[in-house]
Design a protein around this ligand. Sequence first.
Ligand code: BGC
Length: 245
Amino acid sequence: MKVLGIDIGGSGIKGAVVDVNKGELVSERIRIATPEKSKPRDVAKTVNKIVMQSGWKGRIGCGFPAIIKDGVALSAANINKKWIGTDVDSLLSQKTGLKVYTLNDADAAGLAEMTFGAGKDYKDKIVVLLTLGTGIGSAVFMKGQLLPNTELGHFKIRGKDAEKRASDMVRKKKKLGWKNWSKRLQEYLDTLEYLVNPDVIIIGGGVSKNHAKFFPHLSTSAKLLPAQFLNQAGIIGAALYARRQ
Ligand code: BGC
């Protein structure tokens, strides 16, 4: 079965048709920059552009960078505040004329990694997948089941939102070297382990392709693994989610 997966991010909106039985992209990945200010109407238009460009006519799964309950956004850390309270499912379904099912972007990435990627052999464990990008997203699994909307990028470290200290965007903005950024990430992981005690931590997001540069500076009680799907996990996981609805 095939589903169109879309991943809405702070800087780009990406989409591709996914073979949900294999966990593979079966069309070219389309990426369009997120409209400035990322207002609901503008983002919906961009999503529709991706749908038109791909010629898709079936159901759509969509990862979104906020708490999502029953298709409604309940937070907006790195996206326009107008999203709070917006029924993302309805907005995108109306705009595209197709049925859209939305979930948190990190939860989507987690579903992909647990089903086909780095987490597939750890279904009997407690697994936390982190996406390190503009912010820090989290997906928590126990016995292969997702506990949705965990938002573990937002506990406080040194009085600051954790993602404002340790995300990949902070590394880039502050021009931190891998070693210095790793110190911040280590502090973050220490707190995460103290609070959640996972057996496995999977590091996802674009930065995971550079894992060889920073994993050697990290030490965790949990098994630390790089994500397998890099920046495709969100698209694949969103499609998997839509299939299950
Ligand atoms: C948001 C999360 C999201 C993460 C990654 C955080 O700022 O609160 O909902 O999963 O960024 O995009």
